[in-house]
Design a protein. Structure first.
Length: 247
């Protein structure tokens, strides 16, 4: 199934409608559960006009570090290789034939470092959003329905039944919750998405609050970025030698 099919193998949707208290509670704890787990395996599908990029790896939500393999699709293969990123830095290790799985210990050399761009680049926006999908505390569940979060339907993701929920409107979140965009924590259910994203963030949430998929509109792209969790076993992220993860 394409990552850009919005609702596959679905029971609905019959929404949108307001969240129930149970649904709001599950959405409110979803990022906290990612943090509690320490990290999650995920696949990030980033669209662009040349074909797009797919990043397969893991994110450590305690150190805010991601690591994995990046592959281009279509004409976009110039970025193939290994990638590691923090809230401020992107490191790439070019490879003409990257492995399916990143080595558990990153290579000691061959890396190129650059600042993570806060706007104007779909890849960097996607990397930053991935880091922001974990939080050291739950959201305020009572504010989510007030700020426009809604139930959309049901779906099955990698064998898990989920409820699909739209996050709150960025404008109403900022007005009512006193929140403001934070470059290091985009994609937060209770706060606006990162600048450069649209106001629509959609979550696929399991019965216990586990996050299985997130879909985010990027201002520069016509298709959304998709984050699929638990696509393979989580591998703890080890930093590139000589690089200290950002706090």
């Amino acid at each position: 199934m394409s990552a850009f099919v919005l609702l596959g193998d679905r029971d609905g949707p019959t929404g949108p409608r307001a969240l129930t208290s149970d649904e709001a509670n599950r959405l409110a704890v979803s990022r906290f559960l990612n943090y509690q787990a320490g990290g999650r395996a995920l696949t990030i599908t980033v669209p662009n006009a040349a074909g797009g990029l797919v990043i397969t790896g893991s994110v450590d939500y305690r150190t805010h570090t991601g690591y994995g393999v990046v592959r281009g699709t279509g004409r976009d293969t110039s970025s193939d290789g290994l990638i590691q990123w923090t809230a401020t830095t992107v490191l790439v290790h070019p490879m003409t034939d990257p492995p399916d799985v990143a080595p558990a210990s990153p290579p000691a050399s061959g890396w190129h470092s650059r600042p993570l761009r806060t706007s104007g680049m779909a890849l960097d926006s996607s990397l930053a959003i991935a880091l922001g999908l974990g939080s050291d505390r739950p959201e305020n569940a009572a504010l989510l329905p007030q700020n426009g979060a809604a139930w959309v339907g049901r779906d099955k993701v990698n064998g898990h039944r989920t409820d699909i929920m739209n996050g709150p409107d960025a404008a109403s979140s900022s007005d009512k919750a006193g929140a403001s965009p934070k470059p290091s924590t985009p994609g937060t259910p209770g706060t606006p998405a990162k600048p450069g994203t649209s106001q629509t963030v959609r979550y696929w949430i399991g019965s216990d609050g586990t996050m299985y998929r997130v879909q985010v509109g990027i201002a520069s792209e016509s298709q959304p970025v998709v984050f699929d969790f638990d696509t393979r076993a989580y591998v703890p992220v080890k930093p590139v030698p000589g690089v200290t993860p950002a706090p």
